[in-house]
Design a protein around this ligand. Structure first.
Ligand code: ZN
Length: 501
């Protein structure tokens, strides 16, 4: 790495440290903080964010970046040095395009919005959240104007989470997916339903559930010397370094599958973060490529691995030994069918693989409409419910199970939801290739062996850190563009067997 690039890298240590310190406070807010701590916390987060912003957007940062760009000219696009300069430029542009005042206001509003959202959801009262959601939408509209876009204001917001992807690309992929999903869901709906009543028939001890999730995390390769698991209302993964990557899960006595798949999902995110090369730590190259790529990792561990027959051939005897009373009469086949039951329901995070993306289509369409003014914040509950009726054939009984269920808007994030489905698409593309490259992959799962898959992901995805956008990464690791067909093929094969289609 040349001298100018090295200087840029060193300069960015301080804002990156500040960002990670803010992440510690954010983790604490969701895991430990008492209710009354919120105001002080929002001020602290705003201060840290303003300090980071000041350093990143300073004149000095601008000079360092220009000098580094001059030095990077002619370097291989894929090299660490050139990629670091590109990542720094993306961050710099994003920040310098936004006035400090807007960034500070956004942080303050999102901290208050989170508390209002939580109360609104508890009391099932959209009116509590509505004014703060209005402010959030207004701030995002302002952001879009500052960030700039060509075709659609939503492009600017999407670009924050999934660079290189445009609203039109997402529309095309989602249309392809919808075209295949609708008939599949129709055939499933006409088949005999699968039974998962053994989950809700009795309580599954919370402490034993916790123990089982810890075992799963350890087995799939999550390093507890560089991480920990806690409980949170809305499970998430966060990291303050490649050597401190934390996950959360949630425990319900009559939904043990919720804790299992939350932990494996967040574990997938965490394996990615823990797999970023040490030399990228504390630099712009750490942190995973994009949200969609991140989600491809979590969803692969959750679905392609965690809901497979091979996985449970190994784990079911262990799990049943944890809960002999509840599962004594339940066979492996029954259990496997139970965890893969397709059932249109209201809650996205509890949704099965087939209906999951329909939940995303709803949010994507509403967010787009909010950004063009076609939808008013006051009308969100009605618009939400109408689309659930259209796509899933069900109407949420209340807003807590409808438009108040997700945390994202309360954090100020609009443009984020599509990354979940993009992640699902990529998980299927990557997994299909892993199966081809690693004969005996699934036979290994039946013996509790996950290392070959993890090593493959380390090489194909994790080792790149955040060097590439999602389309760039897929080109390099698979030689492919993002496509809906592999996910449709995977689902068709799996659910044909499960439902005798
Ligand atoms: Zn996730």
């Amino acid at each position: 790495m040349g001298e100018a690039i090295e200087r840029l890298k060193t300069y960015l240590y301080r804002p990156i440290d500040l960002m990670h310190a803010g992440a510690v406070l954010g983790w604490d807010q969701q895991v430990n903080m008492p209710e009354q701590g919120v105001q002080a916390r929002s001020q602290q987060l705003a201060t840290l964010s303003a300090m980071g912003h000041e350093i990143i957007t300073s004149e000095e940062a601008g000079w360092l970046l220009e000098a580094a760009e001059a030095e990077a000219e002619g370097l291989d696009y894929d090299s660490d040095a050139a990629s670091l300069v590109r990542a720094a430029r993306r961050g710099y542009d994003r920040y310098t395009k936004l006035p400090v005042e807007l960034v500070v206001r956004a942080t303050q509003v999102s901290s208050q919005a989170f508390v209002a959202w939580r109360e609104a959801r508890e009391k099932n009262d959209y009116a509590i959240f509505q004014p703060l959601l209005q402010e959030t939408v207004d701030i995002n509209l302002e952001k879009a104007e500052h960030l700039g876009y060509e075709a659609h204001p939503y492009d600017a917001l999407l670009d924050q989470f999934e660079p290189d992807m445009k609203t039109a690309d997402v529309e095309r992929l989602f249309t392809d997916l919808k075209t295949g999903l609708v008939p599949l869901l129709q055939e499933i709906a006409e088949s005999d339903p699968l039974d998962d009543s053994f989950f809700s028939a009795q309580d599954y001890d919370i402490d034993r559930q916790w123990e089982f999730t810890m075992l799963l995390l350890r087995d799939i390769g999550y390093d507890f010397k560089r991480g920990r698991q806690d409980k949170a209302a809305h499970p998430f993964t966060t990291n303050f370094s490649v050597n401190d990557v934390r996950v959360t899960t949630r425990l319900y006595p009559r939904r043990p599958q919720s804790a299992i798949f939350s932990s494996v999902h967040e574990g997938g995110h965490a394996l990615y973060e823990q797999g970023i090369p040490q030399e990228f730590d504390r630099t712009a190259l750490a942190g995973g490529a994009t949200l969609g790529v991140h989600e491809s990792q979590s969803r692969m561990w959750e679905n392609q691995v965690g809901r497979s027959m091979a996985f449970w051939q190994y784990y079911y005897p262990i799990f049943r030994a944890f809960f002999p009373d509840a599962l004594g009469d339940v066979t492996l086949e029954q259990f496997h069918r139970g965890i893969n039951k397709v059932q249109p329901d209201f809650i996205r995070v509890e949704a099965d693989e087939v209906t999951y993306n329909l939940h995303i289509f709803v949010r994507f369409e509403l967010e787009k409409a909010l950004m063009t003014g076609k939808l008013k914040v006051a009308d969100i509950p009605d618009a939400w419910n109408a689309r659930y009726e259209e796509y899933l054939g069900i109407t949420p009984p209340d807003d807590a199970q409808g438009c108040l269920q997700d945390i994202h808007w309360s954090h100020g994030m609009i443009g984020y939801f599509p990354t979940y489905t993009l992640g699902n698409l990529m998980s299927a593309q990557l997994y299909a290739q892993a199966r081809e490259d690693l004969p005996g992959l699934e036979a290994g799962f039946t013996r509790g062996e996950f290392r070959p898959l993890l090593d493959w992901l380390r090489e194909k995805v994790h080792s790149y850190g955040s060097k590439f956008t999602a389309p760039e990464l897929l080109q390099r690791s698979l030689g492919q563009e993002m496509r809906a067909q592999p996910l449709l093929d995977y689902m068709r094969e799996k659910y044909t067997a499960l439902y005798n289609l």
